[in-house]
Write a protein that binds this ligand. Structure first.
Ligand code: BES
Ligand code: MN
Ligand code: ZN
Length: 499
């Protein structure tokens, strides 16, 4: 499928389906749309009246036009109130159109959408992302795919002439999102610490990144007792992934993105019971998946920023070698941890990854983790929790998420709650009381960052969706990749302006 910007006049466009975006309560046809309606003998006006189409966000209607006319179908998509228009509204509307186009077997699709914020580049990018993300299909594990691939061959973005760069940007980003979706959706017998490390190596090779995989012995030498404690019951070896993207010139800033990479979370000896969703715990490497997806996208975009992509990857299993609840581990910064619950394993793996990144002398670190069920209880399935003591990094991430449309909400780092992690025998416990469980998890992580401005995103909810949601089909969403890319590019831009 090729998405192309076009300056062809709406009235001259020919193809299978023409999609028109309309604002809420502004569906009376004026100007070019009135002429278009006349061209199709008033079918648009009739359709709007018959279907009582009001232009509400996410509403769609479509109709067949006269046989022999240069456009076979017209699709109307609501954009909501003009004041409330966001880049993400265009992304979701484009996704809805792409799904209809696919169902209707359209080969050539045209879009007549308004601009968001008078910004043709961001708007074109959002529309292209919406189309591509919505048409993603995962048939890797079907012996015979029941669903056909998309028939859409070409997509014209009318009025977006000259926006080739924005569309290329969308392609680069979507390639990263789809990698993350594939990694999260693949089961734990396909994505293991070994295969995830291989994926990192393949990205490095294809896009020219530096890659270092630390083996168990290397991690032992670095004293990564917290990470290795989680890994020790598994038959599979742990892998510590460190990919580096280096800018061509002197980098304006140096950043790290860290992802929780637990390829399966059984809970360990505090095993997840019936009804705990243990069968979904292949998704517990969603942070690592977003990290690798962002690496893939950033390596193609080539910003003037150095970025380190890090994940301490392991399975949380049970065996005769498993951690006992109550074991004391020593992390690579020398801190001792009483493991009062082996199911709070993500923070143990992240502890050593954070210590490692903190020593690299960077300007900021962001970690992403499917860390707690408590975050889902607090914010629901769609919203990630943002935890950071640093207002600067918080506003960078909030801004990045605003354009990506990935929902986040900043949560408090209530220091007093650290009392819940006090241990009588070690420096701290890994698990606090149930209330505020996502906050104590973030406070635990904070113990392992000394120098560097840092933020943590708890993505336990949004990595996965049970049903189709915006541009995501049911299943893995690739959550985080687009916000991370925007964060890195936003920092490049900020520094460019002398900050
Ligand atoms: N991987 C889970 C968190 C999770 C839960 C992710 C649901 C996605 C969906 C994490 O390792 C975990 O088990 N957390 C425990 C922590 C508790 C033992 C303090 C939880 O949230 O119950
Ligand atoms: Mn767990
Ligand atoms: Zn986990």
């Amino acid at each position: 499928m090729k998405i192309q910007p076009s300056d062809q006049p709406l009235l001259e466009w020919a193809g299978d389906s023409l999609a028109i975006g309309l604002f809420e309560d502004a569906v009376e046809l004026t100007g070019e749309l009135a002429t278009l309606d006349q061209k199709f003998s008033g079918v648009l006006k009739e359709l709007i009246a018959e279907e009582e189409f009001k232009g509400k966000a996410n509403s769609t209607i479509f109709t067949r036009v006269n046989a022999g006319s240069p456009v076979r179908k017209l699709i109307l998509v609501g954009l909501g109130k003009p004041d409330a228009l966001k880049a993400d509204t265009l992304r979701c509307a484009a996704a809805a159109v792409a799904r209809i186009g696919k169902k209707q077997k359209s080969k050539i699709l045209g879009f007549s959408f308004p601009l968001w914020n008078n910004d043709p580049a961001t708007s074109a990018q959002a529309i292209a992302e919406g189309v591509e993300l919505a048409l993603y299909q995962d048939i890797r594990f079907k012996s015979e795919p029941e669903e056909k691939g998309s028939p859409i061959e070409s997509v014209d973005l009318l009025g977006f002439g000259g926006q080739e760069v924005a569309i290329t940007r969308a392609n680069q980003i979507v390639s990263g999102v789809n990698l993350a979706r594939q990694l999260v959706a693949a089961p734990a017998n396909a994505v293991t610490p070994i295969t995830l490390a291989e994926t990192a190596q393949a990205i490095a090779k294809e896009y020219g990144l530096e890659v270092k995989i630390l083996e168990k012995e290397d991690c032992e030498k670095l004293g990564m007792g917290a990470f290795l404690g989680v890994a020790q019951a598994s038959e599979l070896p742990p892998k510590f992934i460190h990919l580096t993207y280096k800018a061509e010139g002197t980098p304006k800033k140096k950043l790290a993105i860290i992802g929780k990479g637990v390829t399966f979370d059984s809970g360990g000896l505090n095993i997840k019971g019936a009804g705990s969703g243990i069968e979904t715990m292949k998704m517990d490497m969603g942070g690592a998946a977003a990290t690798l997806g962002a690496a893939k996208a950033i390596a193609q975009i080539k910003p003037d920023v150095e970025v380190h992509f890090i994940s301490a990857v392991a399975e949380n299993m049970i065996s005769g070698r498993a951690m006992h609840p109550g074991d004391i581990l020593t992390a690579s910064n020398g801190k001792t941890i009483e493991v009062n619950n082996t199911d709070a394993e993500g923070r143990l793996t992240l502890a050593d990854a954070l210590v490692y990144a903190d020593k690299l002398g960077l300007d900021a670190i962001v970690d992403l983790a499917t860390l707690t069920g408590a975050n889902i209880i607090a914010l629901g399935e769609d919203i990630a929790g943002l935890y950071t003591p640093d207002d600067g990094v918080a506003s960078q991430i909030e801004k990045a998420a605003e354009t990506s449309g990935e929902k986040i909400w900043r949560m408090p780092m209530e220091e007093k709650y650290f009392e819940g992690l006090k241990s009588g025998i070690a420096d701290m416990k890994n698990t606090g009381p149930r209330p505020g469980g996502s906050i104590t998890a973030a406070l635990f992580l904070k113990q392992f960052v000394k120098e560097t401005p840092w933020a943590h995103l708890d993505i336990a909810g949004p990595v996965w969706t049970e049903k189709e949601n915006g541009y995501n089909g049911a299943g893995a969403t690739g959550y985080g990749v687009r916000t991370l890319v925007n964060w890195v590019l936003g920092i490049e831009e900020l520094v460019g302006r002398g900050n």
